[in-house]
Design a protein around this ligand. Sequence first.
Ligand code: ZN
Length: 188
Amino acid sequence: MRNHYIYCPRCGHHPLTDGIPIGDTHARQYCSQCHYVVYDNPRVIAGAIIEREGQILLCQRGIPPGVGRWTLPAGFMERGESVEEAAAREVMEETGMQVEIRSPYSIFSVPPTNEIYLIYCAAPIAWDNPPGPESLRVAWFCIEEIPWEEIFYPAIAQILQRYFDEGLTGRHGVYSGSMETGLIHFVS
Ligand code: ZN
């Protein structure tokens, strides 16, 4: 869904113009008074696969959408963060666990929702805090226990399946792709 502004966020002029700003390539909202351009670029979701002795940590969603369904700890990056910081923060917020971000694992574009998932492999350091309100429960799952029908996002189910297919060897490839282009695997 595209952000739509009524007033110019910079000068308050109304209405904004819809069209291709001079020198630009894409149609956007822009201000005819102060020339502010509303860019509505994809948003980055950072998260982590945390493994411990063949088990993966999953969160049961406590907030819409998908309350009661399971996913990896992940969420939108905030301004001023690195993507690794965002992944570690989201893990802390949703699970209470402090992790070390180790290596990138999946770069997954979802053009229909204007989102990019950056999922890292991470290792537990300490688990001293309870899960935040975004999670109903947090639990470890081995592959036989993964509630596949209750994984919320198809992209997350694919990531989990790949991770287990690689055999929990501690050596994982890096994947880049999307629903449209399929998956590209870069062997580490
Ligand atoms: Zn303006």
